[in-house]
Design a protein around this ligand. Structure first.
Ligand SMILES: C[S@@+](CC[C@H](N)C(=O)[O-])C[C@H]1O[C@@H](n2cnc3c(N)ncnc32)[C@H](O)[C@@H]1O
Length: 229
């Protein structure tokens, strides 16, 4: 991505944040462990999809595919994309094991490089869970993701809420990486009258996460938009 930079110190920290969004970083992370995430779908996805009829879905930054495979099992025709080929290979294996390989397509997507996650294809549901990107890149990346939503379709964004840094529940991986619902609405213009989006959910619900040190209360950012035009 090409940006005008303010100063060298800013350049360095931005480059460091972007380094954590590269294939090299994530391939190494996934290759280093048999299973990085739980394999279960994210609670916010299952809650938000419960009232939708299955159609086509795109899972952006799908990781090991807990959400994508769950969606396929619910009858959705799923495309799942990620920057890590190691993660994508793992999703392919899990999909075979779960008997949903015929309802799941996989693709490479680099949020820092590709303007849209699935070329010109559009979907009834586009879901993105825990893709935290530098503030400088946020609008462009999330607009590109929003562009993959077809007419009448939904965009579901789930993220860690910045409150988790304040409570110590989560390490701060960089300034502004975690975000509130407003950031998504502003990036897509959904906070403006006459926008192409209806805001169905813009919420910051809490949940209890089980950790090695016991249960921990954490907060999510959950945004669900419907494309009206
Ligand atoms: C915190 S994980 C979340 C994975 C999955 N959505 C989930 O909820 O289990 C973030 C994911 O974003 C992917 N990612 C990181 N940088 C990316 C980029 N530049 N383009 C696309 N995906 C990226 C990583 O490979 C990783 O799978």
């Amino acid at each position: 991505m090409h940006r005008h930079h303010r100063d060298h110190a800013h350049d360095d920290s931005l480059e460091a944040l972007r380094e954590a969004l590269t294939a090299g970083f994530w391939d190494e992370r996934y290759a280093g462990s048999d299973r990085v995430w739980s394999g279960r779908p994210n609670q916010r996805l299952t809650e938000q999809v419960a009232d939708l009829s299955p159609g086509t879905a795109l899972d952006v930054a799908c990781g090991e595919g807990g959400d994508a495979i769950w969606l396929a099992k619910q009858g959705w025709k799923v495309t799942a994309v990620d920057v890590s080929q190691v993660a994508l290979a793992r999703v392919a294996d899990h999909a075979e094991d779960e008997g949903v390989a015929d309802r799941l397509r996989l693709g490479f997507y680099d949020a820092l490089d590709d303007p849209r996650p699935a070329g010109r294809h559009t979907f009834d549901l586009v879901t993105v869970s825990f893709l935290h990107v530098p503030v400088e890149d946020f609008d462009e990346i999330y607009r590109g993701i929003g562009a993959a939503v077809g007419p009448g379709g939904r965009l579901l964004v789930t993220a860690h809420h910045p409150h988790d840094v304040a409570t110590g529940a989560r390490h701060d991986h960089g300034p502004g990486l975690l975000f509130e619902p407003d950031r998504v609405l502003a990036a897509l213009g959904a906070d403006r009258p006459g926008s192409a989006w209806e805001v169905e959910v813009a919420d910051t619900p809490e949940r209890v996460q089980q950790t090695a040190d016991g249960p921990l209360e954490v907060r999510d950012t959950v945004v669900r938009l419907r494309r009206t035009a």
